[in-house]
Design a protein around this ligand. Structure first.
Ligand code: MGP
Length: 217
């Protein structure tokens, strides 16, 4: 990154605006004035549990962004997950995909689920969620399987918080196992701790409290 010293600016040709702009382009790196684009445009959603309304009516779009700078501006402006009331969610999804089972891109999909103990809200919740978001942004991490990623969800719950990455096709074993392996590694989950992948269809129709795993990592 180069900066213009006062000396340089005064020595620029005073008569030509074009020349001035050209000189400026030479000395100021684009890094300084161009925001860093993300591979996708993302939408952040918020869910607040109001029992008088339907599940879908409780879901609100907060904002969309497609640069690193706009993400941090938003992230620094909103509450940390650990400060939210129980029953709330954040969902971060690629623009055009609604954060619900019913969306065309989620209908046949599922999620890698991280379940946290109550104690982990203090120690792990916020950093796991941020790491989940940054993992989704980094295209090269999921390599060829990036298109399978739909988004990520955090559920703040009294019984234990949950974080998940949602993918589009529960039959795409290759993509799912790759994403699961990378995700587990990124969070620093010890190898002996098993995480599970469940289809939304199973989650939506489950009768007991546990949905069966289609895959584990
Ligand atoms: P939840 O908020 O995902 O988990 O689902 P929670 O609160 O920990 O509950 P548990 O059942 O996993 O223990 C709670 C309820 O919200 C579901 O049973 C559905 O009624 C509703 N719900 C959740 N999701 C993600 C959806 C969705 O995508 N579409 C619809 N229509 N309802 C949903």
């Amino acid at each position: 990154i180069y900066f213009i010293s006062p000396k340089q600016t005064t020595s620029l040709p005073a008569n030509s605006e074009k020349n001035y702009e050209k000189s400026l382009q030479k000395v100021v790196s684009p890094e300084v004035y161009i925001k860093h684009p993300l591979q996708n445009r993302w939408a952040l959603w918020f869910f607040k549990n109001d029992k008088s309304k339907t599940w879908q009516a409780n879901l609100r779009l907060i904002s969309k962004f497609d640069t690193v700078e706009d993400f941090w501006a938003l992230y620094n402006h909103i509450q940390l997950s650990s400060n939210l009331m129980s029953g709330c969610d954040y969902s971060l999804f690629k623009d055009g995909i609604e954060p619900m089972w019913e969306d065309e891109r989620n209908r046949r999909g599922g999620r890698w689920l991280i379940t946290l103990s109550k104690q982990q809200r203090k120690t792990d919740l916020d950093r796991f969620w941020l790491e989940t978001i940054l993992t989704c942004f980094q295209k090269e991490l999921f390599s060829n399987y990036n298109d399978d990623v739909c988004g990520a969800v955090i559920n703040v719950r009294a019984k234990g918080d949950k974080i998940a990455i949602w993918t589009t096709d529960f039959e795409n074993k290759e993509a799912i196992t790759h994403i699961g392996r990378v995700y587990k590694e990124r969070l620093g989950v010890p190898p002996k701790v098993i995480i599970g992948y469940q289809s939304h269809a199973d989650t939506a129709t489950k009768s007991g409290s546990n949905t069966k795993n289609k895959f584990v990592a």
